[in-house]
Design a protein around this ligand. Sequence first.
Ligand SMILES: [Zn+2]
Ligand SMILES: [Zn+2]
Length: 135
Amino acid sequence: MSHVDILKLHTLKATPQRLCVLDVLKNYGHATLEDIEKQTKLKFPTLSLSTIYRNLNEMVKKGLLSELKLANKKEYYEITKENHAHLVCTKCGSIEDFLIDTNEIIKKAQMSTSNTILDATISFDVICKECLSRK
Ligand SMILES: [Zn+2]
Ligand SMILES: [Zn+2]
């Protein structure tokens, strides 16, 4: 599906700025606000940070983008996909999607506590393949 179609599907107008943000996220996989600002400003030098932020928030609200809050890390944005966990390299900081059924993990956790689990960000500290081969 093209990014124009994805925006339409989420009842958002396909503005050049939004399309640019989606391109950046597609390339990065997971990008911080700073990453997105840097890359979109290459194409739209006059674009303000508040406009970028507003666009990101709108796309998060519509469910097109997800915010990723990892411990000790900046907030990342990614294009929403099926539930997944993350592999975070402790050496280079790279973030990789890890397709496991996080709902299943949350369900199991919920059975072990009387508290109500609202949400979970599941990540694993790893040494990535690149760092391992660089040794
Ligand atoms: Zn690494
Ligand atoms: Zn991800």
